[in-house]
Design a protein around this ligand. Sequence first.
Ligand code: E4P
Length: 217
Amino acid sequence: MKFFVDSADVEAIAELNALGMVDGVTTNPSLIMKSGRDIIEVTKEICDLVDGPVSAEVVATEAEQMITEGRKLAEIAENITVKVPLTWDGLQACKTLSSEGHMVNVTLCFSVNQAILAAKAGATFISPFIGRLDDINIDGMELIADIRTVYDNYAFETEILAASIRTANHIAESARIGADVITAPPAVIKSMVSHPLTDKGLAAFLADWAKTGQKIL
Ligand code: E4P
């Protein structure tokens, strides 16, 4: 399973990258806004830091303009993945950009039918949003499982990039189902390490060690 970081925070990405935990990055207009940085500048910095695909999202809503924006974003670096929304225009842009050899991430996917269309349009990645479905009381994990089944039925090559991940459980479940990639905020990735029995066990070991009066260094 590949790990993408869902962030435009260069420092946070660098921290995880130093541990070899970053296979790629996803950004979106909200994350760029949060970073307070210029999109081209911050995206270039991320692309220089990370070897894998870095998603940068178009903001046009009409296909021709999306294609023009996508081509401009793709000029930032070789590892840019152009992110387009799952609309009819987005699918048209996906088809053109992927035919030109660009990686394309089709985002804001909330149904199996949308995922099928994205695969047919040549998407490199499909981004089903788990958390936003959970927010409206629809099981986001079920969507990941359904897309996995359908893509496997027809050997679609588009990679399932589980997105809108809010908890470490979303990551474990995505792995169990067989999502190709997860993208999650740095804090959620770091929260995967936590287990109360690890903390309890470590505290007990350290307390017993103190009783020995010994030192290793
Ligand atoms: C994915 O590419 C999106 O940037 C992201 O996962 C959206 O997550 P959110 O629903 O927590 O904003």
